[in-house]
Ligand binder design. Structure first.
Ligand code: ZN
Length: 220
């Protein structure tokens, strides 16, 4: 079946359409707006596409949208709880470092030296200062990852700023320090996989759409 390339009247994306669908209501794969596809006039030229009201010919019901949102909100809410706990620990640790960096490093070095002695590893004891700096770097990375995860979860719960939600789910997977034990990696993966689903992205598109479609602000 031959295809025609038409331009979405909402977002100007190029949309390939089988000729059989010309003149019918279609949904843009990029902005999810409904429009009536152009027809061929007698001369074979395409007529302009006609933008349709946001919910015209809506093939997904409000219940479908609700379950699409729930699929994202469930992992986002669980991950947010874990990330808040992790962020609390990270902030307390950062405050301890900021208050007395010398004392904090000395305390960490003591722990490293004791562990090296117990394991009978003079090589680690010799590099104790480097080990301490690496641990401080991990603490800072952990603080950044936990902050990004919290922001990403809030973004996913509100269906705003899709890239931030993606970054947050990735940050959850690299947060090794405090909530690896709380399942940051599997939860981040779960959130990422649901975010990448087409139905999830559509929920973000619906929220950012300037036109009111009778849904915005009704409930969350
Ligand atoms: Zn579009």
């Amino acid at each position: 079946m031959p295809d025609s390339t038409i331009v979405c009247p909402q977002c100007s994306a190029d949309v390939r359409l089988p000729d059989a669908l010309l003149g019918t209501p279609v949904k843009c794969p990029r902005c999810y707006h409904m429009f009536r596809a152009p027809k061929r006039d007698a001369g074979g030229a395409l007529t302009p596409p006609e933008l349709l009201p946001a919910d015209a010919y809506e093939d997904t019901t409000e219940a479908d949208h609700k379950s699409a949102r729930f699929r994202v909100q469930l992992p986002a809410a669980i991950l947010l709880a874990g990330a808040m706990i992790a962020l609390t620990f990270d902030v307390l640790t950062e405050m301890a470092i900021a208050q007395n960096p010398v004392e904090f490093r000395a305390a960490m070095k003591k722990v490293v030296l004791e562990a090296a002695e117990q394991q009978n590893r003079p090589d680690i004891a010799a590099q104790a200062d480097d080990v301490v700096e690496a641990m401080i770097f991990l603490i800072h990375s952990s603080f950044v990852a936990a902050s990004l995860t919290v922001l990403g979860c809030l973004s996913a719960l509100a269906f705003r700023f899709y890239p931030l939600a993606i970054i947050g789910s990735l940050a959850a997977m690299v947060h090794l320090w405090a909530y690896g034990c709380l399942g940051g990696a599997p939860l981040g993966m779960w959130l990422l996989l649901t975010l990448l689903q087409r139905g999830s992205r559509e929920q973000f598109a619906r929220r950012s759409r300037p036109q009111s479609d009778g849904y915005n602000g009704v409930e969350r």
